[in-house]
Design a protein around this ligand. Structure first.
Ligand SMILES: *Cc1c(COP(=O)(O)O)cnc(C)c1O
Length: 461
């Protein structure tokens, strides 16, 4: 065991990790990164097939971003947004508003995805108080939704494995059916019928409850943390139309799907959705530094204007809000999107992913492959026809990720779903190599399943 692994095991408590298993197994210590690869302290290289947990966009150690951060470091590392402002925060805000859906005109900065959601929830709640409709206090969310791990964000989450234990701490929400046709299609002959039922359910709820509802929060197009669950075409536009009709705010959480992952800069663009608020993080700084942003309309922002004595101020903020280093990374990242025509260049990459996934779909025990642009989920099933999942303690998908690591591919699963989310900068060759390595690891495990011992992957929940 090298020195850092020893220190890690002695002192670090890892996120989403059963530390017993972690401490019992050898662990990889990353030393550096370049482009789509990361390298450990022993010099082994790994393709970063999940963009360092969905944050990296233009590759590791991207020269333009490195240079900008170094230059900014020579000027100032941090200065507060309480009582002051700074150049990178102001410039990034302008750039974000330029590319965001119409109607979003103000940026509230925070530190990560959870805080971007916390801020949105609190803004929605306070907004109605301040425009004279204080009875609008409830929230609508989706089955299997994920919006972060702080207590306010967890209140609008519906993933029991992660958060069941905290239920007594949380505020109540009104949960709509998870809009995943693959998982919830019982009794619906077509996806269109399923969509109709979803919107019907929402409208019935709004009819009876809109007068006491503050906002609905959704992850548009793809519920990523739930295992890349895809929504029927027309769903987000339908949700927008209904929330507008019944005067309920729509918060879209683009923390995972924003910044090109779905093939457009923002998922909302696929159906021309103009939300009341948009939560951004993960890809916002191209994977360099923690940064969150909650974008809001003028209507929301204006409801908080007044004399100090009126008490309309939004009393929320974080110490590192608007951090110049994070903001300069975000600013240069958006410049790269434009200069390199990143979105325009995704088409052949997405097509290649589709083609490779079709091969992967033929491997035994693969129940469902789903893709939206540059992100994909491969769901394993013990019985594909009857849609019976593997027993949860088998950790088959986690085992595949372990084997892939030995072949130089860093990839992770969520339950029985293997997540593929490469940096947007990945070339066709990179994508081909990554998915070929995955295919080999999958075959090694799945074609010899009966002879295998039980896996125990400390990383796989
Ligand atoms: C990751 C994620 C969050 C939480 O972001 P953190 O930066 O981890 O706090 C919120 N919403 C969605 C959709 C996410 O994928």
């Amino acid at each position: 065991m090298n020195k850092w692994e020893e220190l890690d095991k002695k002192y670090i408590w890892h996120p989403f990790t059963q530390m017993k298993g972690w401490n019992e197994k050898p662990q990889t210590v990353i030393a550096r990164g370049e482009g789509v690869k990361i390298y450990d302290v022993d010099g082994n290289e790994y393709y970063d097939a999940i963009s360092s947990l969905w944050v990296n966009i233009h590759g590791h150690c991207r020269k333009e971003i490195n240079d900008a951060i170094i230059k900014q470091l020579g000027e100032i590392e941090h200065s507060t947004l309480l009582g002051l402002t700074n150049k990178p925060a102001a410039e990034l805000a302008e750039k974000l508003i330029k590319v965001a859906p119409n109607g979003l005109n103000k940026v509230f900065y925070s530190d990560d995805g959870s805080t971007a959601v916390e801020a949105a929830v609190k803004i929605a709640f306070q907004y109605w108080q301040q425009i004279g409709m204080p009875e609008k206090q409830e929230f609508i969310n989706l089955g299997d939704s994920y919006h972060g791990d702080t207590v306010g964000a967890v209140s609008v989450v519906n993933i029991d494995v992660f958060h069941k234990v905290y239920k007594p701490l949380l505020f109540n929400t009104n949960k709509m059916t998870c809009p995943s046709y693959y998982h919830n299609n019982d009794g619906f002959a077509t996806e269109e019928e399923f969509l109709k039922q979803l919107l019907n359910e929402l409208e019935e709820h709004l009819k009876a409850n809109a007068h006491k509802t503050a906002a609905m929060i959704i992850e548009p197009l793809v519920q990523a943390a739930a295992g890349m669950l895809m929504q029927p075409k027309g769903y987000i536009a339908g949700v927008r139309a209904l929330t507008k009709k019944y005067n309920v705010l729509l918060i879209v959480d683009e923390v995972a799907v924003g910044f090109g992952r779905t093939g457009k800069l923002f998922a909302c663009e696929h159906e021309n959705v103009e939300p009341d608020m948009m939560c951004l993080s993960k890809g916002i700084s191209a994977g360099y530094l923690p940064l969150g942003a909650t974008l809001v309309t003028d209507e929301l922002y204006n409801a908080f204007l007044g004399e100090p004595s009126e008490g309309k101020t939004f009393y929320h903020g974080h110490s590192y809000t608007g951090n110049p280093l994070a903001c300069i990374a975000g600013s240069v990242s958006l410049d790269i999107f434009e200069k390199d025509k990143v979105i325009e260049g995704l088409e052949p990459k997405m097509k290649l992913i589709t083609k490779k996934l079709a091969e992967i779909a033929t491997i035994s025990y693969v129940g469902n492959v789903r893709q939206c642009g540059m992100l994909a989920g491969i769901e394993l099933m013990e019985n594909v026809e009857k849609k019976i999942s593997f027993k949860s303690d088998l950790l088959i998908a986690g085992g595949i990720c372990q084997i892939a690591r030995k072949q130089g591919l860093f990839i992770r699963n969520i339950g029985d779903v293997i997540i593929f989310m490469p940096p947007l900068v990945s070339t066709l060759d990179d994508i081909d190599i990554m998915l070929t390595k995955l295919e080999i690891a999958m075959k090694e495990v799945l074609e010899n399943l009966s002879q295998r011992e039980k896996f125990s992957d400390p990383c796989a929940f």
